[in-house]
Design a protein around this ligand. Structure first.
Ligand SMILES: [Zn+2]
Length: 137
């Protein structure tokens, strides 16, 4: 009997998400060579034209990786609760959200991944995904 998945997408998608997360955390300049709006699996969507393909290729969707403090130099996100940014951590204590959100497109979908930032004043974490919070951006 197989174990139930702990995430709402195929294991191959999870592996891709984990690989990109590790690369982002290991390299502050990751986005110099990657478009944050569309990080595609290795080989790209037309890779089957040049070499053998495998079924997982059709399940793994691109990722949009919204990491404000890496995309905007010296940027510190503003906490939506206290409205301040002086005690928001951008290095220590940050973690990715549990599961990337689905971004629906016209032809397919991709996943939106982002970080939870801790605010040391509020003692809570926040993301900048919802419009109500992004006004504090
Ligand atoms: Zn706060």
């Amino acid at each position: 009997m197989t174990e139930p998945r702990q995430h709402p997408y195929p294991t191959s998608q999870r592996e891709f998400v984990e690989r990109i997360r590790a690369a982002v955390l290991a390299n502050d300049r990751f986005f110099d060579s990657h478009n944050w709006q569309n990080i595609e699996p290795t080989g790209g969507r037309n890779s089957s034209l040049t070499k053998g393909t495998y079924a997982d290729r059709f399940y793994v969707k691109p990722i949009a990786c919204w990491i404000p403090h890496l995309l905007i130099p010296n940027h510190v996100p503003c906490c939506p609760r206290c409205g301040k940014r002086d005690l928001v951590e951008v290095n220590r204590g940050v973690r990715f959200i549990n599961s990337p959100k689905i971004l629906y497109g016209l032809g397919s979908h991709k996943y939106l991944d982002t970080l939870c930032y801790p605010c040391n004043r509020c003692k809570r974490r926040f993301t900048l995904l919802c419009m109500r919070h992004s006004r504090f951006f």
